[in-house]
Design a protein around this ligand. Structure first.
Ligand code: SF4
Length: 296
């Protein structure tokens, strides 16, 4: 299927990419921007933002939409939390997004490394806000607790798609389990904002997306991102539909009427896309029903 006009983007400037890549390699760090071949990499790296990917670069799951390497993961790097903190410091980031591969081979799913990374960032970068985009930890409440106790500013977990498509898109994941994780995060600490994301264009219907949005509001999810699924390679799931920009606008309108604090919906939207700006916009609205916690 040929790309429609609204999905054409200019190739990123090579010098900028290389400068950022040198910094990341010098600290043995990975970003999901590179590993998942994100179409926004030029824009985000130019603005010196990136989503750091911890727990190595190999994922133990086999999601059929994702370009991150699969296979036997390497042992954890004990320097990783400190190195992420150093990169945040060098880039002078005020808002940091940390994600990971899924590590079903680890007893805690990598929760401890998330907690350590949050603490190290905070030590070296006073006032930086930290968003974590976590895996489902196979539904382990104790793993989730470890992350929540480290007090991220935003806890993000993507549902990715509608429940009917889980077996095809995320065969080792479970819709109800993911929803439960978001619910438990709020129950454990209601002052931490929760966020989730969906890809569209995988064969879902408009009504099915609205149902997922309702499920998310039922578990008090605060922020939602919706973006177009783009096939990373011929080995990945094909795109069923290039969703028109007007439909994304419609999702945004409906989401806002359902009570989300923010809905970011558009063809190039990714879970971490302009995460800082999204937050800046929310906080400037000073929405009365949400008190703004000072978690640093
Ligand atoms: S949208 Fe997120 S994953 Fe993509 S380049 Fe930007 S920060 Fe990286």
């Amino acid at each position: 299927m040929a790309l429609p006009e609204w999905l054409k983007k200019r190739a990123p400037q090579q010098e900028l990419l290389q400068e950022m890549q040198r910094l990341l390699r010098s600290l043995s760090l990975h970003t999901v921007c590179e590993e998942a071949r994100c179409p926004n990499i030029g824009e985000c790296f130019t603005r010196k933002t990136a989503t750091f990917m911890i727990l190595g670069d190999r994922c133990t799951r086999n999601c059929r939409f994702c370009a991150v390497k699969k296979g036997n993961p390497l042992p954890l790097d004990p320097q990783e939390p400190e190195n992420v903190a150093k990169a945040v410091n060098k880039l002078r980031l005020k808002y940091v997004v940390i994600t990971s591969v899924t590590r079903d081979d680890l007893d805690d799913g990598g929760a401890n490394q998330f907690a350590k990374t949050i603490k190290e960032i905070r030590k070296l970068n006073k006032g930086a806000k930290i968003e974590v985009l976590i895996p489902d930890f196979k539904g382990s409440l104790s793993s989730l607790k470890k992350v929540i106790e480290a007090k991220p500013f935003v806890l993000n977990h993507n549902l990715e798609t509608i429940p009917r498509l889980y077996s095809e898109v995320r065969p080792l994941a479970n819709y109800e389990r993911s929803l439960k994780l978001l619910e438990q995060a709020k129950e454990l600490n209601s002052s931490i904002y929760t966020k989730s994301g969906l890809m569209v264009g995988l064969g879902e219907t408009f009504g099915e997306v609205i149902e997922v949005m309702k499920d998310l509001r039922r578990v008090k999810c605060d922020i939602l991102t919706i973006g177009q699924y783009l096939r990373p390679s011929i080995k990945h799931l094909p795109v069923k539909e290039y969703v028109r920009p007007e439909k994304f606008e419609e999702y945004e309108k409906i989401g806002k009427s359902q009570g989300f604090l923010s809905v970011i919906s558009g063809p190039f939207v990714r879970s971490s896309y302009r995460a800082k700006e999204v937050w800046d916009k929310i906080s400037s609205k000073k929405i009365k029903q949400f008190s703004l916690p000072n978690l640093g």
